[in-house]
Ligand binder design. Structure first.
Ligand SMILES: [Zn+2]
Length: 227
């Protein structure tokens, strides 16, 4: 499965646009995704015409190799106990299938080799499943609600790694002006290893530059802007 796919959405305002949906969020390989998660922009499509936001309801895998977090995340935290149980059962079934499939392939590959190699004894599928559905033990946790993932991820960060933001305010005039300001902010942000986003308000627009607090503080100092 690819880590992400480009999807085409049609907004209620009639505008059609594309957005990236992440199936696997590996923040060790793509550290900027950690800050998108914290800033509330991960898997959230924003219509460039009217600013409406749509959160993807699709589950995703969150992987932070450095901090030892591997989770299967359901974006929706308003599910009932029954709905959660159904989803967990589906997950268990998919997991058993995946484990059986990989064992079949492993065994077939072993048969293809002329000289048998010593193999590490694998744990039984049942142990793997129990590990997958037991929230407190590695290798995989199941988390309901992106908000709960954010709380967990935030608790694992050092003070300098936590989310920092700079708000750049300007008067709301025309969309071309917004795009120009966003482009400047994105350039500034990428030079500092951060991200930028547009935040629509009623009569004022704000561009946010966000990222690790340490970098944001350094950037704010350079820009003479409060972080
Ligand atoms: Zn729209």
């Amino acid at each position: 499965m690819p880590r992400s796919t480009e999807i085409t959405l049609t907004c209620v305002c009639g505008n059609q646009f594309t957005a990236i949906r992440y199936h696997t969020v590996n923040v060790t390989l793509e550290p900027h995704l950690l800050y998108r998660l914290l800033a509330g922009t991960l898997n959230i499509a924003v219509c460039p015409n009217c600013g409406r936001r749509a959160e993807s309801a699709h589950p995703f895998i969150y992987h932070d190799m450095k901090r030892g977090l591997f989770a299967y995340v359901y974006a929706d935290e308003t599910l009932s106990e029954d709905e959660r149980e159904v989803l967990l059962q589906q997950l268990r079934a998919a997991y058993v299938q995946a484990v059986e499939e990989s064992e079949r392939i492993t065994q077939r590959n072993q048969r293809l080799h002329e000289t048998p190699r010593p193999t590490v004894r694998r744990s039984r599928p049942y142990d793997d499943i129990r590990a997958a559905i037991e929230p407190d033990s590695p290798p995989m946790q199941v988390i309901f609600g992106t908000g709960n993932l954010v709380t967990l991820v935030d608790s694992l960060l050092e003070p300098e790694e936590k989310l920092g933001k700079i708000a750049l305010n300007y008067a709301h005039h025309d969309p071309a002006e917004s795009e120009r300001i966003l482009a400047i902010a994105q350039q500034l942000a990428s030079q500092a290893g951060c991200e930028a986003m547009l935040n629509d308000g009623d009569d004022l627009q704000v561009v946010y530059i966000y990222g690790p607090r340490g970098r944001i503080n350094a950037l704010a100092k350079a820009l003479h802007t409060p972080a």
